[in-house]
Design a protein around this ligand. Structure first.
Ligand code: GTP
Ligand code: MG
Length: 590
């Protein structure tokens, strides 16, 4: 059983865990004596907490560990316990799935009483959906073993839990230092008739792996066999929920690409017919489709996750700088990494006092908020009521984890209709007999769409034609797609106005998509594209095949382009830079 230990600083987490290890006889032979002897030599009093440090040091020599993960055994079962040193480590471990916590211990110092982190950690545990908790009222020796002290904490913290709607909680009075009521009962606590800490843990029920849920596997990587013309690709990841079998049709989201599972290969075991939640797995597919890290593999015959760019979430903010609208953060969920912005704060709560306000438009450190988030790319996720592991995420602010949360619901976004059309289109797409890879080999290039945009004053078409000319002379298969070609032909049935802009772009995307399927490099131009326009094109053509260029002049929109040409760049400079962009992204070689 996986346990997580939390609590206010110095309330005795490590001591309680050290005691559990020692008193269940789970320590390596001679470890306790060695640590005691070390303390005597250095003339410092022995602490059970040192046991964890000693174990941690030992393992840190081999691998990097971010938190002390230790093991102990009761007569009933094995335990894995995570002593998370701080908020951020705790959040990261809980959310990134490093720790599957089936139950939690929350340590409160009897002498010092309930502190703000006792409550914040409690809030986090409830937000993350941990069902079983034991509140360890520690240092009873310092409180004179008084029942009144214990009762007061049960009462005070019980009220807090009631406000969180948390019910399945046991309170256990102990002393980590003396070992009272950890494994052995204590006469000094004779007024207490409940279970010892170890008995309390043994009474928890194991959380079965989420097998009865729909199959979910974040794609960690895709590896290609290179031996003897073997063109198989291995899709690798850890299954978070459900089961996948050989022969199942799998869908990768958000791309919507589909294939069937051909073989399942599990590390160090012979090939098998199925793989389950918790397994680190690799499978091959019957059709060679191009999928990438960050997608979520699901089964076509099961309930699909949400795919969107807008969502409602509960978040817990730990960053020194407040979470503010307008700033770009990174959201990590499963293997997906997507830029995200705060669109709206609905409600802010102090995680310790539970005081709520609807006034705030930002989220300060140690606050919890219900808010709407918008990502720049669509990604796949579940709502927390449906599936825990695919609904938890962390937020990164300037390379640091600054918060975490759970997704409450998916919200409709402006790309939804395009995404739905594209999913249906790809599903119905009738493939020719030549797979993309063979075209790519024959043409010595990868298909891609280069979108050239810029201020109205800039001559984008000239640059586009110059680039087309250069690539053609290099022997590439390239096509300049004038926007007007679509405007007056495919678009003949719609008026040219702002209301139709999205539909117009969708059609440009559709035409480009056909040309890309034919293996071409397509150069298209459009005036003053916005980020929303680009996002829309990326949905219809698939994000990994679109590159964008701002062709000189001041930026007049919010678009973020792969290349920005300045007014100083000559046309020849522009051609060179764009060719380099294609080379860097391996569309063309040499
Ligand atoms: P951090 O990891 O720093 O947050 O602390 P912690 O919660 O792991 O606390 P730790 O186990 O390191 O204990 C903090 C201090 O409290 C140490 O000096 C312990 O000796 C002391 N302590 C822990 N448990 C007890 C107890 O049951 N009784 C008494 N008297 N002291 C205790
Ligand atoms: Mg500690």
């Amino acid at each position: 059983m996986h346990l997580v230990v939390t609590g206010h600083v110095d309330h005795g987490k490590s001591t309680v865990v050290g005691r559990l290890l020692a008193d269940t006889g789970s320590l390596p032979e001679g470890k306790l004596e060695a640590v005691r002897a070390h303390c005597v030599r250095n003339a410092k009093p022995f602490e059970y907490a040192f046991l964890l440090d000693a174990l941690r040091d030992e393992r840190a020599q081999g691998i990097t560990i971010d938190a002390a993960r230790v093991f102990f055994k009761s007569r009933l079962r094995d335990y894995i316990i995570l002593d998370a040193p701080g908020h951020v480590e705790f959040l990261r471990n809980m959310i990134t799935g490093a720790a599957r916590a089936e139950a939690a211990l929350l340590v409160i110092d009897a002498h010092e009483g309930v502190r703000e982190n006792s409550r914040r950690h409690g809030y986090l545990l409830s937000m993350l959906g941990i069902r079983q908790w034991a509140i360890v009222v520690n240092k009873m020796d310092l409180a004179g073993h008084a029942q009144a002290v214990f009762d007061r904490i049960v009462d005070e913290y019980g009220q807090f839990l009631a406000r969180l709607n948390v019910s399945a909680v046991t309170f256990v009075p102990v002393s980590g230092m003396t070992g009272e009521n950890i494994v052995a009962r204590s006469p000094a606590l004779s007024w207490y008739h409940g279970a010892t800490l170890l008995e309390t843990l043994d009474a928890f029920t194991p959380e079965p792996p989420v097998l009865d849920a729909s199959f979910r596997m974040p794609v960690q990587g895709v590896y290609k066999f290179t031996e003897n013309g073997d063109d198989r690709r291995l899709v690798v990841g850890t299954i978070l929920a459900g089961r996948v079998n050989v022969g199942d049709e799998v869908v990768f989201l958000p791309s919507g690409k589909k294939s069937h599972v051909k073989t399942i290969e599990t590390f160090n075991r012979p090939p098998q017919l199925s793989a389950d939640a918790g397994d680190a797995t690799a499978f091959t597919l019957t059709e060679q489709i191009y999928v990438t890290r960050g997608e979520l593999a699901v089964r076509a015959d099961e309930a699909p996750p949400h795919v969107s760019t807008r969502l409602k979430a509960s978040i817990f903010w730990l960053g020194r700088d407040a979470l503010v609208p307008g700033k770009s953060y990174l959201l990590k969920l499963g293997s997906a990494r997507v830029p995200v912005r705060l669109e709206e704060v609905h409600r802010v709560l102090d995680a310790s006092t539970l005081d709520a306000t609807n006034e705030h438009q930002q989220v300060a450190r140690h606050e919890v908020a219900d808010c709407t988030l918008v990502t720049t790319k669509a990604f796949a996720f579940d709502a927390t009521t449906m599936l825990g592991p695919t609904s938890r995420f962390v937020l990164v602010d300037e390379y640091r984890i600054a918060g975490g949360g759970v997704i409450r619901e998916a919200l409709p976004d402006h790309q939804a209709w395009v995404r739905d059309t594209v999913l249906r289109r790809d599903e119905k797409w009738a493939h020719g007999s030549i797979p993309q890879e063979r075209r790519a080999e024959r043409y010595s290039q990868r298909a891609g769409l280069l979108l050239i945009t810029g201020a109205p004053s800039v001559d984008r078409k000239r640059l586009a034609r110059a680039l087309e000319d250069q690539l053609f002379n290099d022997g590439r298969f390239v096509y300049f797609l004038g926007i007007g070609n679509v405007l007056y032909g495919v678009d003949a049935d719609i008026e040219r106005n702002d209301a139709n802009r999205a539909e117009h772009l969708r059609r440009v995307g559709e035409v480009s998509n056909i040309l890309l399927d034919a293996g071409l490099i397509v150069i298209a131009t459009a005036v003053a594209l916005t980020q929303a326009d680009l996002d829309l094109m990326r949905v219809s053509v698939h994000a990994d095949r679109v590159w964008s260029v701002w062709a000189g002049g001041a930026m007049t929109t919010d678009i973020v382009c792969d290349v920005v040409l300045s007014d100083q760049d000559s046309e020849a400079d522009g051609v060179i830079k764009l060719k380099r962009l294609l080379q860097d992204n391996r569309l063309i070689f040499g």
